[in-house]
Design a protein around this ligand. Structure first.
Ligand code: BGC
Length: 511
């Protein structure tokens, strides 16, 4: 019986792979030489070992323990994927996939448990040295994020996260410690991951620590949803520029790397062909992407934001504008989805939403037809064809600055059956679709240099805890067993032209 079900399962995998292959084929050879193909992760989401080897507590350690109700399943990242202890095996997985780059983030609290005033934790440095060295031995380029949502708890308490200006010096110091310790081997740095999304989650919606907001948003003890996201963003933009200045002046010439920033970018498609909706889509993008990239590249917030927000939007002093001359060598885009934008200036809408401050309503249907297929995460629809206009838009606006797609991926609910979770044909189709449109964009002249799947392993998905899964590899959080999904097989075949050598462990169930 068990053997029979094993055969059926193996048959199913073979059929699914055949379907995947037959469904026609974007090829790695369509991408320019040196193009980076990788997978991405972040420290808090995978490392675990939250109190080991001198690491300080980070904001998410404390938040998940003190606000378990803020996490869908009440879980936390204390252990997560236990990557801190299993990194060697995880790098072997990366190698077996055939990637030539790996995007990960450094845990600030592992390096500087108490920030600038405490010492540097040598065991934290040693961990990332080991990780970087083993990646390089395997021919995998480390693509390193300095800040991916987590910071030492002590700093968050002292400065209310990114609200207090003192956090800028703290970040500058942390970045310097990292450039000095790892920069001889790291050629790709990014300062921040998705500050445009993070500052809204932290200071508008009150969902992420330090969970600050004001009515009618969320349920926070204090905050101001209409001002604080912009103050935090201002500090982040200046922290980015200061880190770039330091890297350029003190490290780049000898270390030879490049430095950028990662922004979350949805594609906003006008709901109708009317001028007001076309302008609404542009405005939504201004409040989302250009909010950070315009100051970084042009030294000023976008016109639409200045006009609407007026005194709620901070202004750059002359001194700060000088600092903004230090821009970015490349732009990282986390691109997952697209949505319709409906104007809310000419007609009334409920504005207490993510896009509300831009007087835009995000709508998922046009004439009763959804913009794309559903994924587990609400608001994340499958719209692969949006990849091309999104990249073209960024290339045009930021004058051909190189772009890396630093995240792109598909989510499933953990409650799906094990077979559905492993035979993730929808994820295969999602990835294939997006990579196909990426290759099309490149053919049409887009300056894109790399692509990273989010994510290597199922992991701690922030407010969704462990209930949502994005991995190429399934993780059993009780045993830490990693099982390649169909999507891992697809990616490996796309990257190397051959199949994963080992059978997915899931199909050992009948033994
Ligand atoms: C973040 C990741 C997150 C992913 C899926 C991005 O917003 O950078 O940390 O897991 O999206 O939600």
């Amino acid at each position: 019986m068990a053997a029979a079900s094993g055969r059926i399962a193996a048959f199913f995998v073979a059929m699914a792979m055949a379907l995947v292959a037959a469904a026609g084929a974007v090829r790695r050879s369509e991408f320019p030489p040196g193009f980076l193909f990788g997978a991405a992760t972040s420290a808090y989401q995978i490392e675990g070992a939250y109190q080991e080897d001198g690491k300080g507590l980070c904001n998410w350690d404390v938040f998940t323990h003190t606000h378990p109700g803020g996490i869908m399943d009440g879980r936390n990242g204390d252990v997560a994927d236990d990557h801190y202890h299993r990194y060697m095996g995880d790098v072997e997985i990366l190698q077996s996939l055939g990637v030539n780059a790996y995007r990960f983030s450094i845990s600030w609290a592992r390096i500087l448990p108490r920030g600038r005033l405490g010492g540097v934790n040598s065991e934290g440095i040693a961990f990332y040295n080991r990780l970087i060295d083993v990646l390089l031995q395997k021919g995998i380029e480390p693509f390193v994020t300095l800040h991916h949502f987590d910071m030492p708890h002590e700093l968050e308490t002292r400065f209310d996260g990114w609200l207090g200006t003192g956090i800028r010096e703290e970040f500058a110091y942390y970045a310097d410690v990292c450039f000095r310790a790892f920069g001889d081997r790291v050629r790709f740095w990014t300062t921040f991951n998705e500050p445009n999304l993070a500052t809204k989650f932290q200071f508008m919606m009150g969902l992420h620590p330090p969970n600050r907001c004001s009515p009618p948003f969320g349920n926070c003890i204090s905050g101001n949803s209409f001002r604080e996201p912009y103050i935090a963003a201002h500090n982040i933009i200046l922290s980015h520029a200061a880190a770039v200045r330091n890297y350029r002046e003190n490290y780049q010439a000898t270390q030879g790397g490049s430095i950028g920033i990662v922004i979350a970018m949805k594609w906003y498609e006008p709901l109708t062909n009317t001028t007001v909706d076309i302008l609404a889509a542009r405005r939504a993008q201004a409040f989302e992407l250009e909010w950070f990239l315009d100051p970084i590249f042009f030294g000023e917030y976008p016109r639409q934001m200045r006009k609407i927000l007026q005194s709620k939007l901070p202004t750059f002093t002359l001194e700060e504008k000088k600092l903004l001359q230090y821009k970015a060598d490349f732009i990282g885009l986390n691109h997952y989805t697209a949505i319709f934008a409906k104007d809310c200036i000419s007609s009334p809408c409920n504005l207490q939403t993510y896009e509300g401050n831009a007087f835009v309503l995000a709508v998922n249907e046009r004439d009763g037809v959804k913009i794309g297929g559903d994924t587990a995460l609400p608001g994340y629809y499958v719209v692969p064809e949006a990849m091309e206009p999104a990249i073209m838009y960024v290339n045009q606006r930021y004058r051909d600055t190189p772009v890396y797609i630093t995240e792109n991926g598909y989510s499933q609910w953990s409650t799906e059956s094990r077979e559905e979770l492993i035979n993730d044909i929808e994820r295969v189709n999602y990835l294939k679709g997006y990579v196909t449109y990426l290759s099309k964009a490149i053919r049409n002249g887009a300056n894109v240099r790399g692509y990273f799947v989010w994510t290597l392993l199922d992991n701690f998905e922030w407010t969704f805890g462990l209930s949502v899964r994005f991995g190429l590899y399934h993780v059993d959080f009780d045993t830490q067993e990693r099982t390649p999904r169909l999507s891992a097989r697809w990616y490996q075949e796309f990257l190397t032209g051959s199949n994963l050598t080992h059978e997915p462990q899931a199909w050992r169930a009948d033994s």
